[in-house]
Design a protein around this ligand. Structure first.
Ligand code: HEC
Ligand code: HEC
Ligand code: HEC
Ligand code: HEC
Length: 161
């Protein structure tokens, strides 16, 4: 009978250790393969994403970007009730409408009540201090007729008060 190797009773430990080493090697190699190069440059995200986002064209210009061509509407909006709003939240991004001091395409205008109700529909989730209405009730109370563009019969979109 062969003499027993001193490691005979430790075989299972050696196997486990081997499996662990192989596991670590796979993880370390796999990681260097899958993790993007600039990961961790600034924080726990891909550093190159910052320059990618910065390279995207700017589409919104804020109310100042409309002012030169729409002084009247700019003043209307600043007058009564809607002065905190952005033109582009009711219309669309300036980039699709004007470029280099020229109009390049029509700007959308939404006249139906859904535009107003996006912000003013009565909802439990809204703070009670925010002006909100139940459309049918509100129009009936003010003796109006419920139609698609009813809100604009009584309110001006730019200065609704
Ligand atoms: C609350 C949403 C809202 C905001 C904010 C808003 N608009 Fe309007 N805008 C409308 C609606 C609705 C109409 C259509 C009005 C109508 O037909 O009675 C309109 C019409 C217009 C028109 C067509 C001409 C006119 O006066 O009817 C222009 C130009 C215009 N808006 C520019 C602007 C500019 C510039 C701003 C920002 C200074 C702005 N709008 C902000 C909703 C809005
Ligand atoms: C370089 C000039 C210019 C800029 C900047 C500009 N517009 Fe206009 N816009 C025009 C012209 C020109 C018209 C057509 C004549 C008119 O209605 O005054 C027009 C028309 C409109 C109309 C009516 C629908 C249409 O397309 O004819 C709306 C609404 C409008 N603009 C909103 C805006 C808003 C909101 C901004 C800013 C985010 C803006 N515009 C920026 C030049 C401009
Ligand atoms: C993008 C959101 C938004 C849209 C769209 C919008 N509003 Fe407003 N509206 C506001 C905000 C914000 C105020 C200011 C609320 C405040 O003073 O606390 C306001 C104020 C008002 C007020 C004055 C309420 C008061 O008692 O001070 C009226 C009336 C009004 N809006 C009607 C309309 C009508 C009509 C439309 C559709 C043409 C419309 N709104 C579209 C956000 C919006
Ligand atoms: C028939 C006329 C009429 C119509 C149509 C109408 N309103 Fe009004 N609205 C008024 C009057 C008048 C007031 C001021 C008195 C009041 O609060 O009822 C007012 C007030 C408001 C207020 C302020 C409420 C507050 O609690 O401060 C909001 C917001 C408003 N309307 C939004 C709308 C919206 C959105 C529509 C379309 C769904 C609409 N209104 C349709 C006449 C009208």
């Amino acid at each position: 009978m062969r003499p027993e190797s001193p490691l005979h009773h430790a075989k299972h430990v050696v196997r486990a250790a081997l499996a662990l080493v192989v596991g670590i090697v796979v993880i370390v190699l796999g990681r260097s393969f899958f993790v993007p190069e600039t990961w961790g440059q600034f924080g726990s995200y891909r550093g190159s994403n910052v320059s990618e986002q910065m390279a995207r064209p700017v589409r919104h210009g804020g109310n100042e970007s409309c002012r030169a061509c729409h002084e009247d509407q700019y003043d209307e909006l600043a007058s009564a009730g809607h002065e905190s709003l952005e033109c582009e939240s009711c219309h669309a991004a300036v980039a699709q409408h004007a470029r280099d001091d020229e109009k390049i395409a029509d700007m959308p205008i939404q006249r139906d009540l859904e535009l107003c109700l996006t912000c003013h529909r009565e909802l439990d989730a809204r703070p009670p201090s925010f002006p909100q209405i139940h459309a049918k009730q509100h129009i009936a109370e003010n003796e109006g007729e419920f139609t698609e563009d009813a809100c604009l019969e009584c309110h001006e979109a730019h200065w609704p008060l």
